[in-house]
Design a protein around this ligand. Structure first.
Ligand SMILES: NC(=O)c1ccc[n+]([C@@H]2O[C@H](COP(=O)([O-])OP(=O)(O)OC[C@H]3O[C@@H](n4cnc5c(N)ncnc54)[C@H](OP(=O)(O)O)[C@@H]3O)[C@@H](O)[C@H]2O)c1
Length: 305
């Protein structure tokens, strides 16, 4: 029996919604016992895409019962001001989570800013301490997009143990933590992992051996049907705005995977949009709740998946 395209699709929204509904049902009891989880979101400058993302994060937090404080700083803010502000937030016992929206203006050192955030309040999971905890098989606050991908794979029955997972992209945000999660000696891990990047030679010969292929580059349509084997499970993380005069907004969102040529060969595939995107925001809520539980000493908080 042939599989219909719809049956192959791994949509993020229903999975993200179930996480958000779970949090919305859990957090009121936590709030009654302690106080609402609280998070500060900092945005520097007026990048339109960042403003949309921040808006989404605040709206979803409200649905979950998480308090958000938004700090909007001008693009000319000196790096030292931002670092000083992070210092104060780190020490504030009423704030559980800190999120600095990326990208930052060119005069700021992104990694320095990430490392300034207390690992306990690092709801994006990007601090080297939290990345290191994944490497030590003891994940704690895990970067939201890779975490969302593991939750999605679990939901859609993509088995990882013993499989060859190929990740294209090695960023701190997606590729590297994704590789660590898949290589973990734990459920959702136990894969054999290969990481490709811009210096990889003959990448197609590697992607063709993938049982699971995760593309996180930001290069529309770079993974084509001739680069995958039949039955591969494909996760497309890439999101790039591509000009499109026929679209209402004048652009459309494109993934790294050429959906038309890859979909017929795949056993499962995420679309762009509506694939991984919604999971990232849901995992941010999960991490914020976890940070609040850790801060307020709620039982069994801390290392978890
Ligand atoms: N859905 C979501 O929620 C979500 C979340 C985060 C990011 N994204 C999207 O995911 C994409 C990647 O994001 P990112 O932050 O990881 O990007 P990034 O920091 O720019 O990293 C891109 C990676 O792709 C690699 N690369 C570039 N050209 C390549 C090529 N020709 N062949 C193989 N690898 C190549 C780079 O290699 P080098 O290291 O060698 O330079 C780098 O490791 C973007 O489109 C972003 O918008 C989506």
């Amino acid at each position: 029996m042939s599989i219909k395209p719809d049956e192959k699709l791994m949509l993020g929204k229903p999975v993200a919604e179930s996480v958000i509904e779970y949090l919305s049902s859990e957090i009121p009891a936590f709030t009654r016992k302690h106080r609402p989880p609280r998070r500060t979101v900092i945005i520097v400058g007026e990048d339109p895409a960042s403003q949309v993302y921040v808006g989404m994060k605040i709206k979803t937090a409200r649905r979950c019962g998480i308090d958000s404080e938004l700090v909007e700083l001008p693009v000319s803010t000196p790096e030292s001001d931002l670092l000083g502000r992070l210092d104060r937030l780190n020490k504030d016992p009423d704030i559980d989570g800190i999120l600095v929206q990326m990208p930052l203006p060119g005069h700021m050192d992104q990694q320095k800013v990430i490392e300034k955030i207390s690992p306990d309040k690092d709801v994006d999971g990007l601090h080297p301490f939290n990345i290191g905890k994944i490497a030590a098989d003891r994940p704690r606050l895990v970067p939201c997009t890779p975490l969302g991908i593991t939750v999605m794979m679990d939901h859609y029955g993509v088995k990882t143990a013993g499989k060859h997972a190929v990740i294209v992209g090695r960023s701190i945000l997606v590729g590297k933590p994704m590789a660590l999660l898949l290589a973990m000696k734990a459920p959702g891990g136990n894969a054999t992992v290969t990481v490709c990047h811009s210096r990889t030679s003959d990448m197609a010969s590697i992607t063709r051996t993938a049982d699971i292929l995760i593309a996180a580059v930001g290069s529309p349509g770079m993974i084509t049907g001739d680069m995958v084997k039949d039955g591969v499970a494909v996760i497309d993380v890439g999101i790039t705005r591509v000009e499109d005069a026929s679209a209402k907004k004048g652009y459309r969102l494109a993934g790294d995977v050429d959906f038309e040529s890859v979909m017929p060969r795949a056993s499962k595939i995420t679309p762009v949009p509506k694939g991984v995107g919604p999971m990232t925001v849901a995992m941010l809520m999960k991490n914020t709740y976890q940070a609040a539980r850790m801060a307020l000493g709620a039982d069994d908080a801390g290392e978890s998946r």
